[in-house]
Design a protein around this ligand. Structure first.
Ligand SMILES: [Zn+2]
Length: 397
């Protein structure tokens, strides 16, 4: 199901498959936009929830939109905020991919005393993680916020469940997500007409359904064909609870049904082995905070697997982080220097490690695209995973 394509946006094209680095609050932490461009990033993804709270989506609107505000000359995405708002509700685990084998009861989630969000059929009421103030997101508010932020690609507001929820709750959440999808399309159409003269912002629907085949297929069928007042989704995000062991299966259920001529984004997935699974099952774009988040803790991806630069074995290692990497960090610095700046808590440690990790992941997906065009994806995958998995067992801390 793997495919090569181009997504055209008002800020330029994205050659797919592509990895989209995350700049949650309109910045990829510690890295200049020029450096992101140089390492091959074609687009950046920010978060509507965070930008709504600070500085406020009206500020971005006044600034001329997200790309201009953050000095990024290229395409941008915004996530709807549904995941962030609802993960406040879950309160105890802020990750998409979770272990399906652990307890699965709605009351564990609902009974959490620290929960900061309450969902009803109309929307979500939540408490700001910044100052405790109360806010309400509805599909309409999410569309208004994302139109003000002005990214080229936006996501519909959905109810994001976890693998801990029961099957009846997953069904309820999916019905709600469908009702919200219609409201998002209507409000998106209204805002597009109202904000005449602004570049068209594409809206992607989000496919939920957790680990259930019938629910995933129903969501793909319903949202894939949905039209409201002549408006349909421009693409799709595959979201929600994704059991990593079943990632390929879940994604293929959905992509076999979604319209072939529209882009598909796999939300929150970015580990090397998962990217292969996503690409071969027909996903076009990916985003994940992991590459930059782990970089700031000195963890780097290499062909020898993932390791920590602060480990003392690198004190006198004058080789690059990854001898096969062409990034700015690997062509100018050694592991010994990286070890030194991490141990000394120097700010440049985050910058250099993030540049390397983002380059590693962006380039890996670029290589998948090239392999698809050359007709040797299977060989490229076997070669990469053979070396990556083989060595990672040996050099992990
Ligand atoms: Zn590098």
């Amino acid at each position: 199901m793997a495919r090569v394509g181009t997504i055209n946006t008002p800020h330029g094209p994205i050659q797919t498959p592509a990895f989209i680095p995350v700049g949650t609050k309109a910045t990829v932490k510690s890295v200049l936009p020029e450096a992101m461009k140089e390492l091959g990033s074609q687009a950046l993804l920010s978060n509507a929830y965070h930008l709504y709270l600070q500085p406020g989506s009206d500020v971005l609107d006044e600034a001329g939109g997200l790309a201009k505000f953050m000095n990024w000359q290229g395409p941008t995405f915004t996530d709807s905020g549904g995941f962030q708002v609802l993960s406040l509700g879950v309160g105890f685990k802020k990750v998409l991919a979770m272990d399906a084998q652990t307890f699965r009861r709605d009351d564990v989630i609902a009974g959490n005393k620290d929960r900061l969000a309450h969902v009803d059929d109309e929307g979500v009421t939540f408490k700001s993680h910044l100052d405790g103030s109360m806010h309400r997101f509805t599909p309409e508010v999410s569309m208004q916020v994302q139109h003000q932020i002005g990214a080229d690609i936006m996501f519909a507001f959905d109810e994001c469940t976890t693998l801990h929820n029961t099957r009846p709750y997953q069904e309820l959440a999916m019905d709600r997500t469908y009702a919200w999808a219609i409201r998002c399309l209507d409000e998106h159409k209204r805002l597009t007409e109202e904000r005449i003269g602004k570049p068209y912002q594409a809206l992607f629907g989000v496919i939920q359904g957790a680990q259930y085949e019938d629910l995933r297929k129903k969501a793909a069928t319903d949202l894939g064909t949905l039209q409201s007042n002549g408006q349909s989704f421009d693409g799709f995000g595959i979201g929600g609870a994704l059991d990593k062991g079943q990632l390929g299966t879940i994604v293929s259920w959905v992509n076999e049904i979604l319209p072939e001529d529209k882009p598909r984004h796999l939300l929150g997935i970015g580990a090397p082995e998962d990217l292969f699974v996503g690409v071969e099952n027909g996903c076009d774009t990916f985003d994940c905070v992991l590459a930059s988040r782990i970089a700031r803790t000195s963890a780097v991806y290499t062909m020898e697997g993932r390791f920590n630069l602060s480990n003392s074995r690198f004190k006198r290692d004058f080789t690059p982080i990854d001898s096969q990497c062409d990034c700015y960090t690997c062509t100018h610095y050694t592991r010994a220097y990286m070890h030194h700046v991490f141990r000394g808590k120097e700010i440049i440690s985050a910058t250099l490690a993030t540049i390397h990790n983002e380059r590693f992941i962006v380039r890996l997906v670029d290589q998948m695209r090239q392999a698809l065009m050359d007709g040797n994806f299977a060989d490229m995958k076997a070669d990469f995973l053979g070396r990556y998995a083989h060595r990672s067992g040996q050099s992990r801390d």
